[in-house]
Design a protein around this ligand. Sequence first.
Ligand code: SAM
Ligand code: ZN
Length: 293
Amino acid sequence: MNSVILFPRKGITFFKITKKYDIITNDEVNDMLKCPKCGSELIKEERNYRCCNDHCFDIAKRGYVNLVLGSSKATGDDKEMVKSRTRFLHHGYYENLQNRLIEIIQMLQPSMLVDAGCGEGYYTNAIKQSATDIELYGFDLSKYAIDEACKAHCGVIYGVCNVFHLPLEDHNADTVLSVFAPIDINENSRVLKPGGYFIKVGPGPKHLYQLKEELYSDVYDNEIKTGYEGYELVSDEILHNSIDITDSEDIWALFQMTPYYWRTPKKQAEKLKLLTSLHTITEFHISVYRKEC
Ligand SMILES: C[S@@+](CC[C@H](N)C(=O)[O-])C[C@H]1O[C@@H](n2cnc3c(N)ncnc32)[C@H](O)[C@@H]1O
Ligand SMILES: [Zn+2]
């Protein structure tokens, strides 16, 4: 794999995320959402969003809007998965990725950023808190994840929707971010401006290698793929770290966050419940693409 790092880490000012930020509600943010039924602009009213064709979407108590049409059967992560991921992430095991994404976004300086498949906003909220002037949208198909994400009240515009049908105008976004989430590259291209950036995070070759060793007798490195038609790869890196988990509930929470949770036979998975500590490599493959003009 050709590895190019156009964002050298030397000389970068590290951001310290301040926990003392002003509470901003969604009411104070001007958003530009599109109606999922007819594509017209949605106008925000007191308790809902409405388009000129009178399609109406309620704003939930927590401040987000659900734009998934009743006819859709697609659902995102369930309550239990969201709870596990929230627990694990908030214990800081992936903080290095959070910091690295903040650095990259500082360098790209987008005015408008979309986190497509944002989950419970662990990365989204931190990005917003480090650069409050960004117009930031967080979308996920899981209403449980979005409900959790909204708790930070930091001015991110959150919506429940499918990343395959983003409720945004064409060619308006400067950057789309996708962290361990499904990707529709055509939909990303539709919403991105020419020259806009797509940041993709997936597992590196050795990501969670020792967790896999606990589950399987034959363990392989993850395959890394890069390249999208219509995009230039401008930066490609592996963020390597190792973590020590000394809480069995955190080990189980991590397992629930991975695809292995669905693939592993129950008997094998039960073995993990007996583990009281786990030392494992984490590796994030971060690639930054620039949409061709
Ligand atoms: C592995 S999680 C990653 C969440 C978050 N980016 C993170 O890293 O913490 C994948 C997320 O994608 C969401 N998801 C799955 N399919 C989706 C779709 N078609 N549209 C939007 N979100 C989707 C799930 O609900 C889940 O929150
Ligand atoms: Zn409409």
